[in-house]
Each structure stands twice: as C-alpha cells, then as structure tokens.
Design a protein around this ligand. Structure first.
Ligand code: ADP
Length: 465
C-alpha cells in the first residue's frame, strides 16, 4: 500500500480520506489555504502544509503548489476527493508525470467524460441509451441551437459541454426562451469553465436521477455496486440521496447496471466512477454523464453494501485486481444521506460564521461525516457543505424514522443550516410514498411559499387589516 498520501482537498471529503488512511496505516498529508488553518482536516492529518491564500485558484486549485508539496514531503500518492481538481485531467497527468499515484482514473478518461457531447457520442456508439440532443461537438451560436431545438422539439435543456455542478444549465420551453437563455447559459459556462461550447438535450419532465456506482480495475474488470436515487435537488444540485432507488426492480437494476458497466468498459475506465442516468416514468433510462471521481453521496452505497469505497479506490490505484465479483455485491436495507449546508433554509443564502456550539447525532445506523467542531469558523470562500448525515436501517420507512430523530438531535449553533429543510422533506407525503422526480424540491418550495403567502393573507384578514 502507499506510505504517504497527499489529500488534495478540504472539508468532509478530506476527513473521510484521512480516516481511510488511518485504517490502512498510510500517513496522511493535508494541504490547506490560509483561510483553513484551523480546519479539522488540518488538525486530523499526520502532517499539514499551507499551500496558498484563501482563493481556491491560489491554493486548492494550484497544481504546481500541490505537486511540489507532495514531492517535498515524500508522498507517493495523491487523492483529489470531489470538487476542486478531482475532474481535472491536467492534474491527474501532472501527478503521474511526477511519479505520484493518482487515486482516480487516467487523465484521458477524465477529459473524455468531461467533454459531455463526446461522452454522449461514445455512449451512443456503445448502445447505452442517451436522450436526443445536439450531435457532433456541440454548439456555440444561437442559430445552431435554434436548429437543434427545431429538430428536438421543446422543452429542451441547454447544457454546457464542460458542465458540472448544474452550472450553465437552463430549460427552454419555446424559441423566445431559447434566445434569452442560451446567451445566459453560455456566459455562465464561459465564466465557470472557460468554454463557450454548449449542447442541447431533450428535457425529460418528471424523471428521476438514478446513478450507478461502478468499480473498475486496471485489468479491465468492471462491476457496479447498485444505484442511488438523487432526485431531491435544488437547481440541478443534489440535496438528499438514497440507496437503493425506491422504485427499482431487480430486472431494471440488472439492465441499468449492465449499461453502467458497459459505459466504463467501452472506454477502458479504471478506479471508482458513477454513471448517471435519468429514469423516465415509463421505465426507460438515459445516460446523462459519468463522474470520474468519488462522489459526495458515496456513503449511502457504502452503508447498504458494507464496502468501503475509498479503501477500494486506493487499492485500485495501486493496480490491485477487483476483490469482488458482481454477485458478491448485496444490497442490505436502505440508506439516506442528508447534505448539511451552512445556509439559510428559506433563502438558501450561505451562512458562514462561527459554530458556537455543536452536537452531532449518534446511535445505531447513524453516521456523520463532518468538518465541524465547537468554535470552528465556516469560511466564506468555499462550498457551504459542512457535514453529511448518513442514516442506514432495514428498510426505507425505518430510515425515515431514524433520520427524523437524528436530524432533531443535530445541533449547530451560531450559523444557519438546512437541517429544518430536511425535516420538512421528511414530512412530505410524496416523499414518503417515494413518488417524486427531480422537480420535487422546486414544487415543494413553491407550494410552501404559496401556503405561507395564503397564511399571511388569512392572518391579515383575521387581524381586520
Ligand atoms: P452537472 O454535471 O452540471 O451536474 P448533469 O448532466 O449531471 O449536470 O445534470 C444534473 C441534473 O440536471 C440532473 O440530475 C437532472 O436533474 C437534470 N437534467 C440533466 N439533463 C436533463 C435532461 N435532459 N432532462 C431533464 N433533466 C435533466
């Protein structure tokens, strides 16, 4: 196994990786920005090196600083975590050129899947279903988008070829909207990814987001570890995830799982990855993208399979063969993950500041991956994900009951968090019946605001105003 691993990340995932290192007797080398000098990952690691100022471009995205730290401090491997450089082919390549093991796939696989129109083309050729969309390399001009939209029929989704994190994505329901939103989405893509290349996809209404976790070794063996339902999203960003997908059948799992494995096989992929699909109400499913890294929601898969994905990713990066055969992957019970964000639960505005008092829930089937401690200052500079609550139980209903208790027990004073939003979701009949799609949260929030407004009107009337 590796001797020393540089963790090129911060927050929840850096802590998760450091824990895996502990178990495997690997020394963990943390890096941090000046804004993170008191962060938990810095305190937990065996060694920690400041690599630059608060701005991510100068620290967590600073490839030369990270590589030179790894070499100076004698690391033999680098784990990119999620976000930051995790899907940057140049980083993977720079690590390998410097003689460092990169815990992830090859640079060319990162680049290939990062170019979404190209990934769509490859999947189409491999017989993995994709939604009708722009063909070729994508579009940069409105008139090209208009031609594609004419062919596809509205509604269409405008997407960034280099997209991620829901950025540069807009639904257009007619030509007028397309004209207005195309320029907007393109500008967003240019700002976030430095790319003006967009593509259109038929917008699938009322679909679920169902993704398959895959594991692949460097000897061309690929298995999947079942699926996660990540339909509870805000602005195309996941908020709550669960495994298994509550509407999954054995037959559909087999079919979708085979397509996910095929997606990895055709490109010769290795290490952990996730193949994301949209599942339509009629049971048809469509590839949307592949994430070439560990995901935020990997914990729910770990809970229902009992397999430590970070540990597996380290073994696979060493060149080990897969330890497991497909039939050895057994789904046990159900699990949900609640992303805890430092944000106002109503306005969704970030809520950085000092966590004056903190208590994380515990007990059977309750797992917390958290970057918090009493007195910790949540910085303004980074993603507001501060903790993840993962709950496991025998079935979905038991998970909901256990999660309610855990969320009520969760105490984070000093800043606002979205814990109240999670508790509200757990009361919602459609959620409890598992009747939801990716539009669940926006409908739910709209309904909530409408109810609030009606309530205010009622209250005003009652007060005689
Ligand atoms: P990103 O890489 O920015 O996260 P994805 O392609 O993974 O973008 O899509 C994110 C989310 O956007 C999906 O989970 C889904 O809710 C929605 N989405 C993406 N493509 C479509 C589509 N063609 N129709 C409907 N919803 C879509």
């Amino acid at each position: 196994m590796f001797k020393k691993l540089l963790v090129a990340n911060r927050g929840t995932i850096a802590i998760r990786i450091i824990r895996a290192c502990r178990e495997l007797n690997i020394a963990a080398l943390a890096v941090y920005s000046t804004a993170d000098k008191d962060a938990l990952h810095v305190r937990m690691a065996d060694e920690a090196v400041c690599i630059g100022p608060a701005a991510a471009e100068d620290s967590y995205l600073n490839i030369p600083a990270i590589i030179s730290t790894a070499l100076t401090y004698g690391a033999d491997a680098v784990h990119p975590g999620y976000g930051f450089l995790s899907e940057n082919g140049d980083f993977a390549e720079a690590c390998r050129r410097s003689g460092l093991h990169f815990v992830g796939p090859l640079a060319r696989h990162i680049r290939l899947m990062g170019d979404k129109p190209r990934a769509r083309r490859i999947m189409t050729r491999a017989g993995v279903p994709v939604l009708p969309g722009s063909e070729g390399k994508g579009v940069t001009e409105l008139r090209e988008a208009q031609v594609d939209a004419g062919r596809l029929g509205f509604p269409v989704l405008i997407k960034a070829a280099a997209g991620g994190g829901g950025k540069g994505m807009r639904v257009a329901r007619d030509q007028k909207e397309l004209a207005r939103l195309f320029a907007l989405a393109r500008a967003e893509s240019e700002a976030a990814f430095g790319s003006r290349t967009m593509y259109l996809e038929k917008y699938l209404e009322h679909a679920r987001h169902v993704e398959f976790q895959i594991l692949a070794d460097t000897h061309r063996n690929v298995i999947h570890m079942g699926e996660r339902d990540c339909s509870i999203q805000r602005r195309h960003q996941k908020v709550l995830e669960e495994a298994p997908c509550p509407v999954m059948t054995a037959r559909l799992r087999e079919k979708m799982g085979r397509a996910a494995v095929r997606a990895a096989e055709v490109v010769g992929y290795s290490n952990v990855g996730t193949v994301e699909f949209l599942l339509a109400a009629d049971g048809n499913f469509y590839f949307i993208e592949m994430n070439t890294r560990i995901q935020v929601e990997h914990g729910v898969t770990e809970m229902v399979t009992g397999i430590d994905l970070v540990r597996e990713s380290l073994a696979l990066a060493m060149g080990d063969r897969l330890r497991l055969k497909q039939r050895q992957v057994v789904i046990d019970g159900a699990a949900m993950e609640f992303r805890i964000y430092a944000e106002d639960p109503d306005t969704h505005l970030p809520s950085p500041g000092v966590v004056s008092n903190h208590h994380a829930p515990g007990g059977l089937g309750v797992r917390v991956e958290s970057a918090l401690y009493d007195g910790y200052r949540v910085p303004v500079h980074y993603d507001p994900l501060i903790a993840k609550l993962i709950v496991h139980a025998g079935d979905r209903a038991a998970v909901v009951t256990r999660a309610r208790a855990a969320l009520r027990e969760y105490l984070v004073d000093g800043i606002k968090t979205n814990i109240p939003l999670h508790l509200r979701i757990l009361q919602e009949p459609d959620f409890l019946r598992a009747e939801f799609a990716t539009d669940f949260l926006s409908r739910f929030e709209r309904a909530g605001h409408a109810a609030e407004a009606a309530h205010a009107v009622e209250a005003a009337r009652a007060a005689g105003r």
